[in-house]
Ligand binder design. Sequence first.
Ligand code: GLU
Length: 416
Amino acid sequence: MSEVLNPFAIAQAQFDKAAVILQLDQDMAAFLRQPMREYHFTIPVRMDDGSTRVFRGYRVQYSDARGPAKGGIRFHPEETVDTIRALAAWMTWKTAVVDIPLGGGKGGVICNPKELSQTELERLSRGYMRAIARYVGLTKDVPAPDVYTDPQIMAWMMDEYEVLVGHHEAGVITGKPLALGGSAGRDQATARGGIYTVREAGKVLGLDLQGATAAIQGYGNAGTFAHNLAQSVLGLKVVAVSDSRGGIVNWEGLDPAAVQAHKRQTGSVLGFPEAEEISNSELLELDVLVLFPAALENVITGQNAGQLKARIVAELANGPTTPQADNVLYENGVYVIPDFLCNAGGVTVSYFEMVQNAYQFYWDEGMVNERLDRKMTAAFHAVHQMAQRMQVNNRVAAYLVAVDRVAQAVKLRGWI
Ligand code: GLU
């Protein structure tokens, strides 16, 4: 039978498993397995040639039981509402697992930003914010960057919101440029948080990471910074990286600055001198100690999970591993650091950004990183210990920790 690859069906199946182990009552489980609210809308955008194109946009507020909904906005041609629902669910478990006082949400626009000019991208970003302005705000729902959205887009959206409400409210959105109330360290926070969890995994597994090999699938924000930090923080040797067009490998190691310069110049990691080209699927199966999936969903499936040779899979992407693959990896003794734990550094520093905006008082990068480290390390060990105690894989353990926290908030509010 072919595998179910609908991300929301996967997110619900993962949740259901945790609900049974936690013995959640039926009403609570029914409540937590679906989004509380969602908005679907059209965004008409005036194109540079004078024509108008209508884009489809979404914002899903999965849960605000623990605080305002929180989560990024993706601009992607293959975006679907079920992908956004899944991502919003994972944001809910993510903010809970690192124990920050926020809920979970996600937004998206079906579009191909690579085909839009800067001015079209600005009008689309402002149009998106106009469509959701009444539903967001620092006490309601706080968006952020995600796949193919960046600090400049956050700046346009913040400006549009402030024009609409008539006052400054930097905390309406996070991942802003530093000059507009962004946080030091936010750009690299997703990768850095993941790197801290790999460091802790190395300790509990008794593995020496210094000089050990790593491969990174995906070379966007998370993958790029992971390349730098895997080397500078952990001493790992990154031997392979890839982007949407394909991958490169050199067993002597790939210099991050050189690969990034090449990608800036040519638009891809492909063609990097002194490296051999490989496909994305070959990269996943390389004999490395640590594998970082850092791109999109469903790349490690029932089909290829048995071929993975990595000892640690650190999921910087959201939803890279299917439930079938999870079972295979667990049986094979692969240590998976699940997505909503591994990549929670981004939203953790987004939360720090909101705190700094509220106080109008900014921290230096050292302080951000130190506080991030504390959050990630505590979350990692809470999940690791849960996995040991309950004899379940780390993903189920992360759900047990997170769902229990959200359920407590729902109960205390008297909703269920
Ligand atoms: N998009 C990021 C994530 O999936 C960050 C979300 C945020 O900072 O709110 O975790």
